[in-house]
Design a binder for this molecule. Structure first.
Ligand code: BES
Ligand code: ZN
Length: 465
């Protein structure tokens, strides 16, 4: 009884603190968002570094004196530890401080790294993915320290700067720092609520195979009048190949591609059917009239639980103003494939390359490279940490969360499982409409506040059951 009322007092003091200091929390986040830490662009490396050090200083100011940025071959990994009591559970918080590129820049209503608040919504690259969401964990920790002087759980932070470019340095780092990272569970806020006001915990993520290819035909750009008609055009050939990668049922034609796809269980299909989802509204929100899915699968199943193949970019030839009559020497494309259990990113890359080589016209040479990969994941929903997270979300939203699969990828989740044996609780507060990876990315300050509250309540339920 005493423990419970103490728990209640601790929670309400921490919540009060976070309400009283909310405006400052937002100002600090804005400061963090001003740093253009784009990990995929080599010229931004200094800024990625700056964001890592901003975090180190911030963590230190919260009392985590061992906070440190470890250099890697790519971008630094920021780590900090807090121990309240070895008999309490330890939560490893993962987040990423790198962001996506900002192009097309002219479609932003305000500059991506000059955050603005309009109608309670914070606009900036990284506002939702993931600076705003990782910052909620720092502020929850601050609220505990400033009210109770201690948190209900032991906490460790691992914050990386390469998530948007495939987390290349992280698995090696986790392996070498295995002991320092030992924990009971990983908690990550880098995903979405099912919908506004409708909480969810993500238990499935898609994996990824990302490849890049260049077709070369003639050894130089040619006059399309002199040579057109007799020399094969690499852009035409590339378009042809990409077109052939799906059949008329929108199934991917790469041999063996679906061999390891684990079918959804009846229970999962029923759970997906029961979600409050309106496919028509969902597609209209992105300005299209109708969804296009793999034949026989619903919009929600197709966008979360079936594999995909998408051309992300395609280039070659003349793209400037006016007309230039050229038969180009080369054409290139970047292709991502979202994978589901039990597809293997490496095997899919091999199947893709051999399919392309078999279908490559004799007139073309192909350079093919794998850019990065990530394993798909499904997480056991029956754990004490999941129950604590569900309870926390129910406290905040007034209804229990749905357990959902999402279509995006967070590569490190599979690494934590494989290298440390740890499951992750994916408790995200974004919305599909937050425009992550797009112009005008934003994060509602209401969700920033809900996230801090849910994290505080999760710590309390998990650490003081
Ligand atoms: N926050 C996203 C993951 C995500 C995407 C969650 C969509 C919810 C909805 C994450 O930062 C991300 O973008 N991941 C990349 C990983 C890739 C580079 C391997 C992705 O999914 O494209
Ligand atoms: Zn992202």
């Amino acid at each position: 009884m005493k423990a419970n009322s103490n728990k209640g007092t601790m929670i309400s003091s921490a919540l009060n603190y976070s309400k009283t200091h909310f405006d400052r929390f937002v100002d600090e986040l804005i400061d963090f968002l001003r740093i253009p830490s784009i990990s995929t662009v080599p010229s931004s490396a200094k800024d990625v570094d700056k964001a890592a050090h901003w975090l180190v200083h911030h963590l230190q100011s919260l009392g985590l004196h061992d906070a440190k940025a470890f250099p890697t071959e790519g971008h630094p990994i920021v780590v900090a530890h807090y121990e309240v009591d070895p008999s309490r559970p330890t939560v490893l918080v993962y987040g990423h401080y790198d962001v996506q590129p900002v192009d097309p820049l002219d479609l932003w209503d305000s500059p991506p790294f000059s955050p603005v608040i309009k109608d309670g919504i914070l606009y900036a690259r990284g506002a939702c993915d993931d600076k705003g969401q990782l910052f909620m964990h720092l502020k929850a920790f601050e609220a505990w320290m400033q009210t109770s002087g201690r948190a209900p759980v032991n906490l460790k932070f691992i914050l990386e700067g390469e998530e948007e470019s495939g987390s290349a340095s992280l698995p090696g780092f986790i392996e070498t720092h295995r002991n320092a990272l030992a924990a009971d569970v990983v908690v990550i806020s880098d995903s979405s609520l099912f919908a506004s006001g409708i909480p969810s915990i993500t238990y499935g993520l898609r994996g990824m195979t990302y490849v890049e290819m260049t077709l070369t035909g003639p050894d130089r750009d040619l006059h399309s009048g002199t040579y057109g008609g007799a020399i094969h055009n690499p852009i035409n050939a590339l378009g042809d190949l990409i077109g052939k990668m799906h059949d008329e049922h929108h199934r991917i034609t790469i041999d063996g591609f679906y061999d390891r796809v684990r079918p959804l269980s009846e229970d999962e299909l029923d759970a997906i059917d029961a979600l409050p989802f309106n496919a028509k509204n969902w597609v209209q929100e992105v300005g299209v009239d109708l969804p296009v899915t793999e034949y026989g699968f619903s919009v929600l199943v197709s966008s979360t639980s079936r594999p995909t193949l998408d051309c992300n970019g395609i280039w070659g030839g003349y793209t400037g103003d006016g007309a230039k009559t050229v038969l180009p020497s080369q054409a290139s494309a970047k292709i991502s494939m979202r994978l589901v259990p039990d597809q293997d990113p490496k095997e899919i890359a091999e199947l893709t390359e051999s399919w392309l080589r078999r279908h490559l016209p004799a007139s073309m040479h192909m350079d093919f490279k794998v850019v990065h990969g990530a394993h798909p994941v499904l997480i056991d929903t029956e754990s004490r940490a999941m129950a604590a997270a569900a309870k926390a979300l129910e406290d905040v939203y007034g209804c229990p969360p749905y357990f959902t699969r999402i279509g995006g990828s967070i590569p490190v989740v599979a690494d934590f499982k494989e290298l440390l044996g740890l499951d992750s609780v994916l408790m995200g507060f974004g919305l599909d409409s937050d425009a992550i990876h797009s112009p005008n990315e934003h994060f509602g300050l209401d969700r920033f506040a809900e996230g801090i509250e849910a994290i505080l309540r999760f710590h309390a339920h998990y650490g003081l059951p």
